[in-house]
Design a protein around this ligand. Structure first.
Ligand code: NAD
Length: 282
């Protein structure tokens, strides 16, 4: 039976570390500030934004939320981002995705100053992740790397399989595993023989967005299984992409949903906001 990697405990340790630094800064140079923009009424996005705000408050950072109506135009959103780019007390800017369909996500991401881009979605930051010379790491993959480190799970030489090739999870996740000398395969919706590829994985990361997508027959005995998915079932219950009950009988380590990768994403966001503050106040 697998050891459960507890994202609540590990994220608390990260947040505690950040809070201690913030508390020291408070006495000298002020506190880091995060602006979170949300457009529209998406219920999941509202929950994520509320959790990010709560984390900032726990840590002692400034957090400012901008809740814009669904019919906000590109021009209005860009004007707000421009204002925040120029605000000294705001060190990090995050625009909650997905945006309503009429808005230009790429334009919005590109308009956030790279040094305030705490999600690491700006092409300049994405490029830096490729070279390994980065300021910010994308929050979800970096949170996963922190979990592996906390559990002393070695990546070097391991066969790593990432299911999903999105810009925010799959691709950067693969890159971070590669930087740690894993041998990485990225799978996606057009991958053939997915089961066989997954069975080769010492470390299997699922970022698909489909409940129970990864079943026990796709997992090697003793594998490390990281479940990034957040899916809401008709019953209202949250679940990941992995058939947790059956896979936990085969894996050596597994992350639960909820209480796994999700809290790590927020903890990394706090870390990134602190990093942004320190760089801007050098
Ligand atoms: P996405 O929809 O952008 O990407 C999904 C990926 O799954 C795609 O690359 C696609 O090729 C792949 N895929 C789809 N069907 C497949 C199939 N049959 N076989 C193999 N691959 C297939 O999603 P995303 O933004 O990367 O998010 C993935 C999941 O992770 C979602 O459930 C999302 O809610 C969740 N998520 C969680 C966190 C967190 O903090 N825990 C953060 C971001 C995303």
């Amino acid at each position: 039976m697998a050891k459960i990697i507890d994202g609540k405990i590990i994220s608390a340790a990260v947040k505690d570390r950040v809070a201690k630094e913030v508390s020291k800064l408070k006495e000298t140079s002020g506190v880091p500030g995060l602006a979170v923009i949300i457009v529209g009424e998406d219920p999941a996005s509202k929950v994520y934004v509320a959790n990010k705000k709560k984390a900032c408050e726990q840590i002692g950072m400034l957090s400012v939320e901008y809740a814009l109506p669904e019919n906000t135009t590109n021009e209005e959103l860009l004007a707000l981002i421009n204002e925040l780019n120029n605000k000294k007390e705001i060190n990090g800017i995050l625009c909650q995705l997905p945006l309503p369909k009429h808005l230009d996500e790429e334009l919005v991401i590109n308009s956030i100053l790279p040094e305030k881009d705490v999600d690491a979605f700006h092409p300049q930051n994405v490029g830096k992740i490729m070279t390994g010379d980065y300021d910010f790491l994308p929050c979800t993959p970096a949170g996963i790397m922190e979990m592996l480190k906390y559990e002393n799970i070695e990546v070097e030489g391991k066969t790593c399989v990432v299911i999903g090739r999105s810009n925010i999870v799959g691709k950067p996740m693969s890159m971070l595993l590669l930087h740690k000398n894993g041998t990485v395969t990225i799978c996606h919706s057009k991958t053939k023989n997915l089961k066989e590829v997954c069975l080769s994985a010492d470390i299997l990361v699922a970022a698909v967005g489909r409940p129970n997508f990864v079943t026990a027959d796709m997992v090697k005995d003793g594998a490390v299984v990281i479940d990034v998915g957040i899916n809401r079932l008709e019953s209202g219950k949250l679940c990941g992409d992995v058939d947790f009950e059956n896979v936990k009988e085969k894996a050596a380590y597994i992350t639960p949903v909820p209480g796994g990768v999700g809290p790590m994403t927020i903890a990394t966001l706090m870390q990134n906001t602190l990093t942004a503050f320190l760089k801007q106040n050098k």
